[in-house]
Design a protein around this ligand. Structure first.
Ligand code: PMP
Length: 363
């Protein structure tokens, strides 16, 4: 059985759109795409009168080198959000198929599935936010086409081990595509599941330049999978997913100096994450700070709503994650610059002092 047998049959036989840029590029006089012959005004638009390469070779090569895989194993799109959406559309028939997720987790898996009218089967994480493998495998029915694992998980920050991922991959062979979302893995010590892709054709990994690579605004995300799965996704990708200025920004970020900057910032985030966790744990009003392998901390408060408001009044915006199961008393705080983090601590310190004074009636 091929992994493609899991995909929607009509997608496998679909005649993909053949864009002008795919059919021909590199001529001296390009009159095949109804583009403007003139460059737009402004430096930012240089070259943008032409449609971009749908999957630019230079970017594919830079990402393939970074991730240690072949170019044929990569689809690059507008953030990993786009890859999630394309995977759901390629594998799930509306009103028939399903995905499996582990709440609390990143919201787009379920949203993409619901847009496609695929069912969302929820297998909650355990109380310590670890993966419940037995429950996960028990939930796999023939309708399940995609199983999403998020590691480190958003919003808990907890990682799954490679052994756990491989266990799930082995059990899902021939049954479902396992999609491991590693959006935050650069901040963790865990090895990437990409090391397993050569052995499991039904394993796919999502990576992004939005977090450690400081390019959330450029929207560059990568799906790493077997050439068969990548070929299928490229059949249904939008004609020109990658805007030219975004590709240039990605290539600069992946250059030697860009990589050095990313490494330096990752080191700061990791150091600050440990510092913030130590500092927050000691504050009155803080119930718990979950251990995190990502660039954020989930923090439990006695009154998370009140803390959220106080931070907001001081111009500090954090994520209210109280709607997530098991996190009904929590806020998710991204690790910022040391100065930004110090502002969070100063405010929480002063509000806890003010709160104590109000409670015991002192001035
Ligand atoms: N996966 C996870 C776990 C995320 O937290 C996010 C963004 N918050 C994404 C994927 C989407 O990232 P991108 O910017 O690459 O679309």
């Amino acid at each position: 059985m091929s992994v493609l047998d899991l995909a929607r049959p009509e997608i496998r036989t679909l005649q993909p759109y053949s864009s002008a840029r795919m059919e021909a590029s590199g001529g001296q006089v390009m009159l095949n795409a109804n583009e403007s012959a003139w460059e737009p005004v402004g430096e930012a638009g240089a070259g943008c009168n032409r449609y971009p390469d749908p999957q630019p070779q230079a970017l594919l090569q830079a990402l393939a080198t970074l991730y240690g895989v072949q170019r044929e194993q990569l689809f690059v799109g507008r953030g990993s959000d786009e890859a999630i959406d394309l995977l759901v559309r390629a594998f799930c028939r509306a009103d028939q198929d399903a995905i499996v997720i582990q709440p609390p987790t990143f919201g787009m898996y379920a949203v993409s599935a619901r847009i496609q009218n695929a069912a969302v089967i929820e297998v909650p994480l355990a109380d310590d936010f670890s993966l419940d493998i037995q429950a996960l495998l028990a939930a796999i029915t023939p309708a399940v086409k995609l199983v999403f694992l998020c590691t480190p998980n958003n919003p808990s920050g907890k990682s799954m081990s490679l052994a756990e991922i491989e266990h799930v991959a082995q059990a899902l062979a021939g049954r479902a595509l396992l999609v491991v979302d590693e959006a935050y893995i650069e901040f963790s010590d865990q090895p990437s599941a990409m090391t397993l892709i050569g052995r499991y054709e039904h394993l796919a990994v999502l990576r992004t330049l939005s977090k450690a690579w400081a390019l959330a605004g450029a929207r560059i995300g990568t799906l790493v999978a077997s050439p068969d799965v990548i070929g299928l996704i490229r059949r249904i990708m939008p004609p020109y997913p990658l805007p030219l200025p975004c590709v240039a920004a990605a290539l600069a970020a992946l250059s030697p100096s860009g990589q050095a900057a990313a490494r330096a910032h990752i080191a700061i985030v990791r150091e600050q994450r440990a510092f913030m966790r130590r500092s927050l744990v000691g504050l009155p009003g803080v119930r718990d700070v979950l251990p995190s392998d990502a660039n954020f901390l989930a923090v439990r408060f006695d009154d998370a709503g009140e803390v959220y408001k106080r931070l907001l009044q001081a111009g500090i915006v954090v994520r209210d994650v109280r709607r997530y199961p098991k996190l009904q008393d929590a806020l998710r705080i991204t690790i910022g610059t040391p100065d930004e983090n110090a502002r969070v601590l100063a405010l929480l310190n002063s509000s806890s002092v003010a709160g104590r004074r109000a409670a015991d009636g002192s001035a």
